[in-house]
Design a protein around this ligand. Structure first.
Ligand code: ZN
Length: 147
């Protein structure tokens, strides 16, 4: 293990992040909660994979969840604009303005995985993940951190 760390140190910026740092699974439930308040990914990830699982039983029309990544400053705008698109539009803004990445809207028992690049995102910026189902984003939110 020590040896691997040393090699990674020598390679510096060209080293590739451990795959497990680039794949995250978040659960959501019928109590309108995400299983975590924070997602951390390495800046070295070429691609980030986020899986959202809805471990509840309620249909997406009643307790639908998605996971949408935005700049912190855009979160309210995105959730407000998303309301008008309804279940069919995954409660996402029609113009996708402010949406960096988003799963589809899930009902109980469903899951979705999204993959995206961190290109264009910066370590110094504040990002959040939210659920844009109407009324959910004030509770269903957490920090998305690039470390
Ligand atoms: Zn939700």
């Amino acid at each position: 293990m020590k040896r691997i760390l040393m090699v990674a140190g020598i390679l510096g910026s060209v080293s590739i992040a451990n795959a497990k740092d680039c794949a995250v699974t978040v659960e959501s439930n019928d109590a309108m909660q995400f299983s975590t308040k924070e997602i951390k990914v390495s800046e070295k990830c070429k691609e980030v994979a986020i899986t959202l699982k809805h471990v509840g039983k309620l249909p997406k029309t009643a307790m639908g969840h998605n996971l949408v990544i935005t700049k912190k400053a855009d979160a309210t705008k995105v959730s407000t604009a998303g309301m008008t698109s309804g279940v069919a539009g995954n409660y996402l803004p029609k113009d996708k303005n402010g949406v960096i990445a988003a799963t589809k809207l899930l009902g109980g028992g469903e899951s979705d995985t999204i993959k995206f690049s961190l290109k264009g995102m910066s370590k110094g910026e504040s990002y959040v993940f939210i659920c844009t189902f109407p009324g959910h984003s004030t509770i269903m939110r957490g920090d998305f951190k690039i470390i």
